[in-house]
Ligand binder design. Structure first.
Ligand SMILES: [Zn+2]
Ligand SMILES: [Zn+2]
Length: 261
């Protein structure tokens, strides 16, 4: 088993929006940034000594445009297939996230007014459709993709055999990374309780570090304490009938991409 290195690729700001380069026997990208950031991502990949054309796979964690916005462009620039979960095919095929965004707090309510969130990204068709868990050894990485629904229906995370969890928007840093290392919700979740269930399932696998879409890495022990408090907060909201949820209904999915066995 080779050691896998997880390299953050900032897409916006210092760490406001991240993609990740995973270096094992072959390089793999996780997430594709906002629309128009393909070059910024491949330039950073090259700066880490990796020829972008050697990237074996691009895993898209979910159907929000700060994560899939440059997927089509990265596919052209690297030639790598794109893997994504079938349950977010609607956003991938239309280039638009599901609306309305459901804010997790004041930050989300503020951000929901940002016109950039409602822009259309270039649509793409995943080359590899994910449904369940899938190992990445045949792509040269000792890691697996694990569905972690809740933030969106088709959210996935990547867990390396070394214990690094690349978690997309399963959890974030406070204020989109402004308060480093402090666990928080990202601005939106479709189903906060389902997301928390996915987070706790991932923490039960004892990851050593969480690498997130927004902010710096999080300590799992701190994330676990935060999850316990968040469980109580969500229970209080639910009891008052104040928990907004979008039912996690997977999109219709006539098989067009290659089936992932
Ligand atoms: Zn998201
Ligand atoms: Zn995000």
């Amino acid at each position: 088993m080779s050691r896998t290195k997880v390299v953050p690729i900032p897409v916006l700001g210092r760490r406001a929006v991240n993609a990740y380069l995973l270096l094992g026997r072959h390089p793999i990208l996780v997430d594709a940034g906002t629309p128009g950031s393909g070059r910024r991502i491949t330039e950073q990949v090259a700066a880490h000594g990796v020829d972008p054309e050697d990237v074996r796979l691009v895993v898209v964690t979910h159907g929000h445009i700060d994560h899939f916005g440059s997927a089509a462009e990265l596919h052209r620039l690297t030639g790598a297939p794109i893997a994504a979960h079938t349950a977010d095919l609607g956003p991938y095929r239309t280039g638009r996230a599901r609306e309305p965004y459901l804010p997790t707090g004041p930050m989300g309510r503020l951000m929901a007014r940002n016109p950039k969130l409602h822009e259309k990204a270039e649509p793409f068709e995943p080359d590899i459709l994910l449904r369940g868990e899938r190992g990445l050894a045949d792509f040269g990485l000792d890691a697996r993709i694990i569905p972690t629904p809740g933030h969106t229906a088709g959210s996935v995370s990547v867990l390396t055999d070394d214990g690094d969890l690349v978690a997309g928007d399963l959890i974030a840093n406070s204020f989109m990374g402004l308060i480093k290392g402090r666990p928080a919700n990202p601005p939106f979740h479709d189903d906060p309780l389902a997301n928390l269930g996915s987070l706790r399932a991932m923490l039960a696998l004892k990851p050593t570090r969480l690498h997130v879409g927004h902010g710096t890495p999080l300590d799992p022990v701190r994330a676990d304490r935060w999850a316990t408090a968040e469980q109580r907060r969500l229970a209080r909201l639910a009891a008052r009938g104040k928990l907004r949820v979008r039912t996690l209904e997977p999109d219709d999915e006539p098989a067009r991409g290659a089936e992932w066995p």
